[in-house]
Design a protein around this ligand. Sequence first.
Ligand code: HEM
Length: 263
Amino acid sequence: MLRLGALAALALGWAAAWLWGRGFDPRAWLWGEAGAVWSAAELSRHTGTEEGAGLYLAVLGQVFDVQRGRKHYGPGGAYSFFAGKDASRAFATGDFTPAGLVDDISGLSPSELLTIQNWLAFYTKNYVPIGKVAGRFYHGDGTPTEVLQKAQAVMEEGQKAQAEEEEKKKQFPPCNSEWSSAGGSRVWCSKQSGGIARDWTGVPRKLYEPGSRRSHCVCVKVEGPSPGQPPASPVQTRRDLDNPNLQEYEGCHPLSDWCAVQD
Ligand code: HEM
């Protein structure tokens, strides 16, 4: 019986040593993905260079095991500078110098923060989350810091604004445009213009943002219900065309699907 126990202990020890040698860290397994909290110093060991230490990186304080992406993040990989650290800022700026590879996200715009959030979603989908790094985004007990909470609030706002923008684009998809030295500028509508696939073409109009003197060309549905809106009654048929923020192109027939732009 005693011999059996000793054998089992030996086998367990051997398995643990083998797993450790392959970069397995029992903390990640014991605490689960949400619980393990690393220090920046611990994280910095995991660049794939130290024997058996694994290959990790962090985004917005969340740590991922990126061993699967060794060709990118391992020694000699094009993105090896991301290994062993939280370089959130560089995901938005593309500044891969030591000064840029930092977790300081202050001064970034909402859309830059959204870029970082998209990378976080990328890692969550493609790699194994193994905890958090204590510091800028998480406290030592794994709770989010005020910096992270504020950034999350900005990202949420940014996401809402992006969704609204997408909805607006469905109603007023951008036009195609081209310029030639012979013909000048022209804008036109097609069933794919602005990257919005639809079953109507529309007519070009200048759309002014409220309170702004600048406009851009959008395609406006001529008849039928407004895209994404409930069916219009007959009197509402021209609802989109009558939008007060729209203006016709000078010298262009109101129902033409293309217009020359006179500047
Ligand atoms: C802000 C700028 C950029 C960032 C933060 C960035 C980041 C990354 C990261 C993290 C990966 C690895 C993804 C993975 O785990 O699979 C990657 C892959 C790649 N990046 Fe970039 N990148 C940037 C700009 C660029 C540019 C400008 C190019 C091309 C000119 C480029 C070309 C590539 C290619 C070809 C791959 C991977 C291909 C493969 O799967 O083998 N990246 N990028």
